[in-house]
Every structure is written in structure tokens, then in C-alpha cells.
Design a protein around this ligand. Sequence first.
Ligand SMILES: Cc1cc2nc3c(=O)[nH]c(=O)nc-3n(C[C@H](O)[C@H](O)[C@H](O)COP(=O)(O)O)c2cc1C
Length: 168
Amino acid sequence: MEFSELLRVRRSVRRYQSTPLGEEQIAQVLAAVRTAPTAGNFQAYEIYVVRGPERMKALAAASFNHGWIAEAPAALVICTNAARCQYDNPGYWALQDASIAATLAHLAATNLGLASCWVGAFVPEKLAEVIAVEPGHVPMAILTLGLANEAPPESPRREVSEFAHPRE
Ligand SMILES: Cc1cc2nc3c(=O)[nH]c(=O)nc-3n(C[C@H](O)[C@H](O)[C@H](O)COP(=O)(O)O)c2cc1C
């Protein structure tokens, strides 16, 4: 898909068909994540691939009022892994690395015709338990993945002139 088209059609989708995702689709999303730029190229992120109705229900239960997460056939949980970063203040860099990883996954999913939604509202301890998180991995976001069962309208945005601050 043309990049401008990708940006135009991307949405946060919160209704999913029950159709399962193929291995290849998830592999392609993860392959896109792998290309992410990261601070010092330390790649201070980890991705947990969550699938199966029971685990998806548990994922929904770990989030705040996001029962719809259980509708999705799969989700990624994007975590920071600050121990990978050799700079001072590694948590600061790891959060940026993980944010870029999640953004690329969201865009890659869109490019594959998949729907997704970035979810940041979760109970960290509950989520950690659901994904049996490894020591040092800190969940930053859930990214649901699946086929859309809704077509959300475009959300409003500020004009460029409202957030761009020219300094010449
Ligand atoms: C950091 C971040 C956290 C978000 N957390 C949630 C969330 O917890 N629940 C949710 O339904 N959507 C969440 N979203 C999706 C936003 O609500 C959505 O991106 C925004 O409303 C704009 O809509 P659009 O993505 O369809 O353009 C989050 C998005 C980002 C980037």
C-alpha cells in the first residue's frame, strides 16, 4: 500500500471478526517490527504474541473495560526490556524503542489488511501474569490484531499549524 494511503486508512479498530490469524500474517507484522530504529540499536523491546480464546479473554480481563479485546483472535503485548540498553537512563530509551516497535506493528497490520488497536489501559500486574512475563520485561502496550468488524470514522486531528512550532 502507498504510504500516504496507509496513513489515511489506519484506524483504531475495536470490533473483530472471529476469523483466526495465520502464522504468516503475524510473522509479517513481527518482521516489520524488526526493522524499527532503536536507540544505539540496542533493540530494547520484547513482543509477546497472544492467541487463543482463553488467553484473549484473560487479556481483556487485565485491561480496563475493554471486553472487546476478547473478540480479537490475537494480540501483541509490546514490552520494554531496559536491560538491553547500555546507555544511562535505559528505561527512557527502552520506552521509545517499544513505542516505535508498536507503531510499526500497527502500521504493518494495516498494510496487511488487518485491523488493530493500541491499548495502554491495563493493570500491569494482571497483564504480566496473563503473558507470564519474563523478568525485566515491562508491558507497555497491547496491540490487538484481527479482521475488522467495524469501519470507524476518521478521528479529529489538530491542524499542523497548531503543533508545529517553526524556529528559523
Ligand atoms: C499510547 C496510546 C494508548 C492508547 N490506549 C488506548 C486504550 O487504552 N484503549 C483504546 O480503546 N484505545 C487506545 N488507544 C487508541 C486511541 O484511542 C486512538 O489512537 C485515538 O483515539 C485516535 O483514533 P485512531 O487511531 O482511529 O486515529 C491508544 C493509542 C495510543 C497511541
